[in-house]
Design a protein around this ligand. Structure first.
Ligand code: ADP
Ligand code: ADP
Ligand code: MG
Length: 673
C-alpha cells in the first residue's frame, strides 16, 4: 500500500490531494519554490522540500529536483495535480524506472493522448466522432490557406501540443488563416517547444461538454457522467456545472460509452477526461483527452459522491475499481465558479498582490439543504504572485436541482470577502443573475455574446439600489452613534429618535427617514421622481469594521460587502459595484458648492494594465496607428497580453522596452495630443 505521497504541484490542487491522503492515512510531502515558502500546501503537508526559485521553469517543472525530493523523503508515490508535469510522459517514465507509483495513467496513455493529432487519429479508429478537419500536419502558411479552404471556413488552427487555451486561432478567411497559422506556430513554439500545427472545422456556437472516466490496472473503466464547461473566456473555463442542462439520457450514454471505448484503446487506468464539442443538435465531436485530474473535478464529486483523488490513489496502488457502471447515480446539481485574481473590468487581465482580506463562505450544508465547497490554496494575508496561475479559489455549490445550485452560488458569492487584489466575483455574480444563464442556454460564445463591449458591472436594479441604500444608512447611523457615545448600544430605548438623511446609491438619490424600534428599523425612502414613499423593515447585526453585511429586509435575506469611503461605503452586490453616500440634510446642501475633483487625463497614454514584463513593443515613435492595432505585448502570470490602440493616433514617445519590468499604471508610451 502507498505510504507517502509527494505532491509535485502547488496551490489549491496540492491542498486538495493532501486532504484525501490524510483521510486515507497516507503521509504527504509538499515541494515549494521561493514564492511559496509560506504557502498553504506547505503548511498542510507532513513534510516539505524546497525546490528552487519562483519561476516554474526553475522549480515545479524541474524533474531532477522533484526526483531528488522523492529520494530524500522516501516517498513511494507522486501525485502530479494538473498543469506542470502532470501530462509529461518522461516524468511518468522516470518514476516508473525508480519504482515510484505515478498517480495517473500509464505512460503510453499520456503519450498518445498528450498529442492532439495522435489522439484524434486514435479516437477516429476507436469509433469516436471527431471534429471534421485535416488529420495531418501543416507545413506553411500557403498550405494552411489551402487546407482551410478544403475544410471550409470558419476553421480552428491548433497546436498539436497545445493546452491551457494556448496555440489556438480561429480563421474566417484566407488572410486570417495565414496570420493565425503564424501566430499559433509562434505561440506553440514558445509555450511547448513544439510548433506542429493542424486545422479543423470551427464549430460555431458550440457547447463544451466533457466526460469523466475512471479506470484501474485490471481493465475496468467506467464513466461518471458529464460536466458542461461552456462559460469560457480566451478558450479557458470560468464556470462549470454537472450535469449539463443540455444532454438527454441517450446522448449522455452515447458520449459516455464512446469515452470508455477511447479510454480502453490506451488501457486507461486512472481518472481522466474526454472533452467534446457539442453542436446545437446534440451532435458531439471529440476534442482531446486530458490524462490527469481536471480543475473542475469537484462538480463531478458533488453529484456522484465519488472522491476522485481517492480513486486515483487506489488505482495507482494496483487495487481494483470498487464502483460498477450501474452503481453510478447522478444526484442533484453542482456548479463551480473559478475565482480568479483578475480584473473583469479590464478584459480579465490578471492582477496580483496581497490578500488583505480573504474570508470564504462557510463550507458544508446550508440552512436550505444546499452544500458549499471551496477548494483553495490561499489564506488571508497571503500573496497572489505573478509566477503562477491567478486562481484564488474554486467555489462550488450543490443543490437538489439546477436552480437550487444557482441560488446557493449567488449567496455564496455575495458572502465571499476578498480585498487587496482585483477579482472576478462581480463578473461571476452577474452571470449567476443572468436570465440566459438561468435558462441554461449556454455556448462557448456566451461571454462574447453577452458582454460584447467587455464587462462593465451588472446594472443595479432600482429595488436593490433602494434596499442597499437603506441598510447603508442604518450602518452609517450605527457608526455615528458609536462615535458619539462610544457604545453604540441602542437597546433599552423603546423608541429612538427618527433621523433624516439624503442618500446617494449608484445613480439614485433618496430622502430617507429611519425609525428604530427594538431590534428592527423602519426605513422610509422617497426618490423625488414618484414621491411615493416606500417603507422597508430591516434588521442587521453589522458592526463598524466588518466588510460583510447580512441584513433581513422585509424578511428577505440580503448579503453584500462594503468598504468604507469618505461619506459612505463602496458596495459590491450581485455583480454591481457602486458607492452609497449618506449625508445629513445639512451636509447634502453643502455638497453642491464643493469643487468637483478632476481626474487626470490619461487618454494620451498607454499605461501598463498590470504588473508584468514587456515582451515586445510593436510600434516606433512617429508611427500612425489605427484603432485596434497591437502596440505592445506584456507578459504576466504565464499569459501574454496584447495591448491595442483605442483610437487612431500618432506615437509621440516610447518609454519602455522589451524586458522592462513595469508596475501597474506605468507609462509604456505616449500619443500625440
Ligand atoms: P482544464 O480543462 O482542467 O481547465 P486546462 O488545459 O485549461 O485544463 O489547464 C489546466 C491547468 O493547467 C491550468 O492551470 C493551465 O494554466 C495549466 N496548463 C495547461 N497546459 C499547460 C502547459 N502546457 N503548461 C503549463 N501549464 C499548463
Ligand atoms: P486546450 O488543450 O487548450 O484545452 P481544447 O482543444 O480543449 O484545447 O480547446 C479549448 C477550447 O477551445 C474548447 O473548450 C472550445 O471552447 C474551443 N474549441 C477548441 N476546438 C474547437 C473547435 N474545433 N470548434 C469550436 N471551438 C473549439
Ligand atoms: Mg481542453
Amino acid at each position: 500500500m502507498i505510504k507517502k505521497i509527494l505532491i509535485a504541484n502547488r496551490g489549491e490542487i496540492a491542498c486538495r490531494v493532501i486532504k484525501t491522503a490524510r483521510k486515507m492515512d497516507i503521509k504527504t510531502v509538499a515541494v515549494y519554490s521561493d514564492a511559496d515558502k509560506n504557502a498553504l500546501h506547505v503548511e498542510m503537508a507532513d513534510e516539505s522540500v524546497y525546490i528552487g526559485a519562483s519561476p516554474a521553469s526553475q522549480s515545479y517543472l524541474v524533474m531532477d529536483k522533484i526526483l531528488a525530493a522523492i529520494e530524500s523523503t522516501g516517498a513511494d508515490a507522486v501525485h502530479p495535480g494538473y498543469g506542470f508535469l502532470s501530462e509529461n510522459k518522461e516524468f511518468a517514465n522516470r518514476l516508473e524506472q525508480m519504482g515510484i507509483a505515478f498517480i495517473g495513467p500509464n505512460v503510453r496513455a499520456i503519450e498518445v493522448m498528450g498529442d492532439k493529432i495522435t489522439s484524434k487519429e486514435l479516437a477516429a479508429k476507436s469509433g469516436v466522432t471527431t471534429v471534421p478537419g485535416h488529420m495531418g500536419l501543416i507545413e506553411d502558411a500557403d498550405e494552411a490557406v489551402k487546407i482551410s479552404n478544403q475544410v471550409g471556413y470558419p476553421v480552428m488552427i491548433k497546436a498539436s501540443a497545445g493546452g491551457g487555451g494556448k496555440g489556438m486561432r480561429i480563421a474566417w478567411n484566407d488572410e486570417e488563416a495565414r496570420e493565425g497559422f503564424q501566430s499559433s506556430k509562434n505561440e506553440a513554439a514558445n509555450a511547448f517547444g513544439d510548433d506542429r500545427i493542424f486545422i479543423e472545422k470551427f464549430i460555431v456556437e458550440p457547447r463544451h461538454i466533457e466526460i469523466q472516466v475512471l479506470g484501474d490496472k485490471h481493465g475496468n473503466i467506467i464513466y461518471l457522467g458529464e460536466r458542461e464547461c461552456s462559460i469560457q473566456r480566451r478558450n479557458q473555463k470560468v464556470i462549470e456545472e454537472a450535469p449539463s442542462p443540455f444532454l438527454d439520457e441517450k446522448t449522455r450514454k452515447a458520449m459516455g460509452e464512446e469515452s470508455v471505448a477511447l479510454a480502453k484503446a490506451v488501457d486507461y487506468d486512472s481518472a481522466g477526461t474526454v472533452e467534446f464539442i457539442v453542436d446545437k443538435d446534440q451532435n458531439f465531436f471529440f476534442l482531446e483527452m486530458n490524462t490527469r485530474l481536471q480543475v473542475e473535478h469537484p462538480v463531478t464529486e458533488l453529484i456522484t459522491g465519488v472522491d476522485l483523488v481517492e480513486q486515483m490513489i487506489r488505482s495507482a496502488d494496483g487495487q481494483e475499481l470498487n464502483i460498477k457502471q450501474k452503481d453510478v447515480k447522478l444526484k442533484g446539481w453542482a456548479m463551480e465558479s473559478r475565482i480568479y485574481a483578475e480584473d473583469p473590468y479590464r478584459n480579465f487581465l490578471p492582477s496580483i498582490g496581497r490578500l488583505s482580506k480573504y474570508r470564504p463562505p462557510t463550507e458544508g450544508e446550508t440552512s436550505s439543504g444546499a452544500i458549499v465547497r471551496n477548494d483553495t490554496g490561499v489564506y488571508e494575508g497571503g500573496e497572489i504572485s505573478m509566477y503562477y496561475d491567478p486562481m484564488i479559489a474554486k467555489l462550488c455549490t450543490w443543490g437538489e436541482d439546477r436552480m437550487e445550485a444557482i441560488k446557493a452560488m449567488r449567496k455564496a458569492l455575495d458572502t465571499f470577502e476578498i480585498e487587496g487584489v482585483g477579482h472576478n466575483i462581480p463578473f461571476l455574480a452577474t452571470v449567476m443573475e443572468h436570465d440566459r444563464f438561468e435558462r441554461g442556454a449556454l455556448t462557448t460564445a456566451y461571454i462574447a455574446d453577452e458582454f460584447p463591449d467587455g464587462f462593465t458591472g451588472a446594472d443595479l436594479n432600482p429595488g436593490n439600489a433602494r434596499a442597499v441604500a437603506s441598510v447603508c444608512a442604518l450602518m452609517h447611523q450605527k457608526a455615528e452613534t458609536r462615535r458619539a457615545n462610544g457604545s453604540g448600544v441602542l437597546a433599552g430605548h423603546a423608541r429612538v429618535i427618527a433621523r433624516t438623511f439624503m442618500v446617494e446609491s449608484g445613480e439614485n438619490i433618496y430622502d430617507l427617514t429611519i425609525e428604530n424600534t427594538n431590534g428592527t428599523s423602519l426605513v422610509t425612502t422617497t426618490d423625488g421622481s414618484d414621491k411615493a414613499a416606500i417603507e422597508l423593515e430591516i434588521s442587521h447585526a453589522w458592526v463598524p469594521g466588518q466588510s460583510l453585511v447580512r441584513a433581513l429586509i422585509d424578511n428577505k435575506e440580503f448579503n453584500f460587502t462594503v468598504r468604507p469611503i469618505p461619506e459612505g461605503y463602496a458596495v459590491q452586490y450581485r455583480g454591481a459595484d457602486f458607492d452609497v453616500k449618506i449625508r445629513s440634510a445639512y451636509a447634502a446642501e453643502l455638497v453642491h458648492i464643493m469643487p468637483e475633483k478632476i481626474e487626470p487625463d490619461t487618454s494620451n497614454l498607454l499605461l501598463c494594465p498590470m504588473p508584468g514584463v514587456i515582451v515586445s513593443i510593436l510600434v516606433k515613435e512617429g508611427d500612425e496607428v489605427q484603432d485596434g492595432q497591437a502596440l505592445a505585448v506584456v507578459e504576466a502570470m504565464k499569459m501574454e497580453n496584447t495591448l491595442r490602440a483605442e483610437k487612431k493616433a500618432i506615437i509621440a514617445k516610447i518609454n519602455a522596452g522589451a524586458g522592462d519590468n513595469l508596475a501597474v499604471d506605468e507609462i509604456i508610451m505616449e500619443f500625440e495630443a
